[in-house]
Ligand binder design. Structure first.
Ligand code: PBG
Length: 340
């Protein structure tokens, strides 16, 4: 009530005040827009596969798994739009995963080979590598399991070694997504000790145990590995936002360069609080299930994909995102260019 009184006394009232006056023309709407969206805000997630794995991902229409040569072709399409960076994930089905996960975390794995290749072919493109074990473990969990529990500190040792391998493969930024405690400090220590002071860390800081990751788990092959298991002992409870602020505060204290909120649309309140509490570079992940819902509704003719996509991206900017990870990065960049 207080705020309302203040506004009306400053601005007057109808009929002097007509809010629709500023909405009359396209030029005027553009002029008074409070948030803007540009290709510079986008990060494109990409899936890398072996030749004998299928390219199509039925639950993610319009997204493919790429072999390394296909990846080069695909990224060539992104370059004219100046999308700043890509983030890479690997697809391995259960049979391709070793029962000893450490055997998978080598410079020859799909993520590392793809990173090396992209840095060679496109030196000006930012390459971010997701860091977690779910693309590699037979059980599909992000950490090491012992006696039925995901064990935190042993997982930190394994991912610290892997982060160094990722940095050596050319990753500009490492994005730990496994939600173990203390990881940012440990990763920074390991990277620095191996001469990688300049490799950044984008922390999946407030990552929720969400049902919206389903299509992603299809894409990397972890869904069948997980079977009925969930990730609730390390990913956050969707009920909480104070806890998200604690997670982010800890990651900043441990030296995260950038933080992320994930998923996107169902967690705009969290995104807004994080950005306005800490004022650090804050990213949002428009996750696979959000993208899939939009695609599904559009293919049924129920929603206009282009309109709803741009509205979604703008909502992230309005809520405070500095950047957006989205499967629709290329679609978004194209739409922005067409509108200019
Ligand atoms: C795994 C990881 C997940 C995503 C990014 N990294 C899924 C999960 O935690 O199961 C989800 C991305 C998406 O749904 O688009 N560490």
């Amino acid at each position: 009530m207080h705020a309302l009184k203040q506004f009306t006394s400053v601005q007057g009232k109808f009929p002097n005040v007509r809010m629709r006056r500023n909405r009359q023309y396209d030029w005027l709407r553009r002029l008074v827009a409070e948030s803007t969206l540009s290709a510079d805000d986008l990060i494109q997630p990409l899936f890398v596969r072996h030749e004998d794995s299928p390219a199509e991902i039925p639950s993610l229409p319009g997204v493919k798994r790429h072999t390394v040569p296909e990846l080069i072709k695909h990224v060539e399409q992104l370059m004219p739009y100046k999308i700043p960076a890509v983030i890479l994930f690997a697809h391995y089905d259960r049979e391709q995963r070793s029962d000893n996960v450490v055997d998978m975390l080598t410079p020859e794995n799909l993520q590392c080979v793809a990173a090396r290749t992209l840095k060679r072919e496109f030196p000006e493109l930012g390459v971010i590598l997701d860091l977690a074990l779910d693309c590699y473990t037979q059980h599909g969990q992000d950490g090491i399991i012992k006696d039925g529990r995901i064990i935190n500190d042993e997982t930190l040792e394994v991912i610290s070694d892997f982060a160094v391998v990722q940095a050596e493969s050319g990753a500009d930024v490492i994005a730990p997504s496994e939600m173990m405690d203390g990881r940012i400090g440990e990763l920074r220590k390991a990277l620095d000790a191996n001469g990688h002071q300049d490799v950044g860390i984008m922390s999946y800081a407030a990552k929720y145990a969400s049902g919206f990751y389903g299509p992603f788990r299809d894409a990397v092959g972890s869904k069948t590995c997980l079977a009925q298991a969930d990730k609730k002992t390390y990913q956050m409870d969707p009920a909480n936002t104070d806890e998200a602020l604690r997670e982010v505060a800890l990651d900043i204290a441990e030296s995260a360069d950038m933080v992320m909120v994930k998923p996107g649309l169902p967690y705009l309140d969290v995104l807004h609080r994080v950005k306005h509490t800490f004022n650090v570079p804050t990213f949002v992940y428009h996750v696979s299930g959000e993208y899939a819902m939009l695609k599904a509704a559009a293919s049924a003719g129920w929603l206009d994909y282009d309109v709803c996509l741009l509205e979604t991206m703008l909502a992230f900017k309005r809520a405070g995102a500095d950047g957006i990870l989205t499967y629709a990065a290329l679609d978004t960049a194209r739409l922005i260019k067409e509108a200019r």
